[in-house]
Design a protein around this ligand. Structure first.
Ligand code: SF4
Ligand code: SF4
Ligand code: FES
Length: 230
């Protein structure tokens, strides 16, 4: 039997099952906390840091990722403070500098208020979110993909280059990868990167049609597209 507890997010008292994460609770309640590496049903690794919130305890606050934070009775969370927004904006800016050729990342950056990117564009083809690796191992127990290396060398690789023996051709790694959705105008050429804002237009379309934005598709059911306050 589920045991329910009460936590407070952004002033709202929310009853939620014990053991779930703060991010899942917020999403379930309809509070939009931006996230990228979180995939419903898969384990959370806290890779992207976009889901940061402020946890308030005895007048002290701590910034923490909400996807790896389990709910506790009486917990007080603030998801949209100046401090959180500023840090999240910087995280989104770093992400879009790393991967300007992903429309999903563009969506996230625009929704986090990024209009100008102060960091050099790197045009990488992976943001190390680990969505593919976890889908492969946790949904299919295939373990055909894995992280290799540390620091700047860290990347996703097939273990021992024998993917075909392990791979079950489910296609989930590609479906869940935020890098597979290119911007409307196609890949941005090095040196010509810009935030076109088309993804924000996509949000306006979403508001009119109740469709989901690219990010929501990746989030599988995270129906926050109607809100622009993220
Ligand atoms: S297509 Fe292959 S490598 Fe990709 S998630 Fe499925 S089993 Fe893993
Ligand atoms: S390949 Fe795609 S899904 Fe996998 S870690 Fe990189 S960005 Fe994430
Ligand atoms: S969604 Fe929480 S760190 Fe990425």
């Amino acid at each position: 039997m589920l045991h329910y507890i009460t936590i407070n997010i952004d002033g709202a008292d929310i009853k939620t099952p014990k053991g779930v994460s703060v991010l899942d609770t917020a999403i379930e309640y309809g509070i939009c906390i931006p996230h990228l590496c979180h995939v419903p049903g898969l384990s959370d690794i806290g890779a992207c840091r976009l889901c940061i919130v402020e946890q308030i305890t005895n007048s002290h606050s701590k910034i923490t990722a909400s996807c790896t934070l389990s709910v506790q009775d009486g917990m007080v969370i603030r998801s949209n403070t100046d401090k959180v927004r500023k840090l999240r904006h910087n995280i989104a800016e770093l992400l879009i500098a790393k991967a300007p050729n992903s429309r999903a990342i563009q969506d996230i950056a625009v929704r986090c208020g990024v209009k100008r990117v102060r960091y050099p564009f790197r045009n990488e083809n992976c943001v190390l979110c680990g969505r593919c690796v976890r889908a492969c191992s946790e949904l299919w127990h295939a373990n055909a993909l894995g992280f290799i290396g540390r620091g700047k060398e860290r990347h996703v690789e097939r273990p021992l280059n024998i993917r075909q023996e392990f791979c079950k051709n489910c296609g989930y790694c590609i479906q869940l990868c935020p890098m597979t959705i290119t911007p409307c105008d196609g890949p941005i050429k090095p040196g010509k990167e810009y935030l076109c804002g088309n993804c924000e237009s996509q949000l306006i379309i979403a508001e009119e049609t109740s469709e989901k934005c690219v990010w929501c598709e990746l989030g599988k059911g995270f129906n926050c597209a109607r809100y622009s306050q993220c």
